[in-house]
Design a protein around this ligand. Sequence first.
Ligand SMILES: *Cc1c(COP(=O)(O)O)cnc(C)c1O
Length: 341
Amino acid sequence: MICDLRSDTVTQPTPAMLDAMMHAKVGDDVFGEDPTVNKLETMCAEMLGMEGAVFCASGTMTNQIGIKILTQPYDEVICYQGAHIYKYEGGGLAGNSQVSVRLLKGNRGRISAEEVLANINNTKDIHLPLTTVVALENTVVREAGSFYRLSEIEKLSELAQSKNLKMHLDGARLFNALVETGDRAIDYGKHFDSISICLSKGLGAPVGSVLAYKKEYETKARRIRKAFGGGMRQAGFLAAAGIYALNHHVARLKEDHLRAKKLGEALQKSSWVKSAMPVDTNIVIVEVIDGLTPEMVLSKLSECQIKALPFSATSIRFVTHLDFTDVMLEKCMSVFSKINF
Ligand SMILES: *Cc1c(COP(=O)(O)O)cnc(C)c1O
């Protein structure tokens, strides 16, 4: 039994999901003729309180399109200093949108209206890039899946509106946040100009992300997806997995969070762990004790068929997901307590 905790992207489609994929009605989506893609896009737009949506191959693509439709070259985007759009998208903001970034420290990755306000450039000063977008991430992957409440987002969007800034949400794990806060997805739409969600993370689809947006971006988003090489043809087979995931795999995210909490508690008690970040959703990040490296720990874990990721020079990341069961949890807890250095 292999316990693969490297990421929530490692899941296999369930038999019921595969069945939905096999029976999908498809067409050429570049012609707008794939009924299953169209259904997924409409479903996501409605669910998120938005007016349009486009199905893409990855969350990197939806984020990159999201930023590009909201900016002009030389603009500046404000985000958390560890944001996925900045740190883990291969420099795409510079390459695709030619924008600069203003990086904020945030509180466990959540940036506040006050912090944003202090970092909006004076539009009258021609030395300074024009601040045009505030980009949030929910949940925050670098900060062990910490999440925003809608009340904090309301303050940010109020500020953005008053300063004429656009708002983008990297909601790769938005549903992980929502099952904890009880906030509704539909209430997110009015605060953002674009929202990216991933179907292939906690929701367990094999491929796919969706970018939802306001009506005015419909043509531009599709044009840019095409220019990025992201126009897919009979993509309905993949969209069907996404529809299935949204219908069946959202509420169960709570289980992943519960298992992550237990995993975090077991790790905290382990002799080789110095400290653990608070576990808010499905991500556990621990610091190893002085004298150990993540690689030393990971090689011992791997002898016991447990996989995790080195996260920094001193920390390791574990992520729970659809294919991580209670039996695996028991095994991990037992292994954690037994390994010694
Ligand atoms: C995974 C992830 C993405 C998108 O990643 P892809 O691998 O390109 O689908 C975007 N943002 C966050 C926070 C993520 O964790």
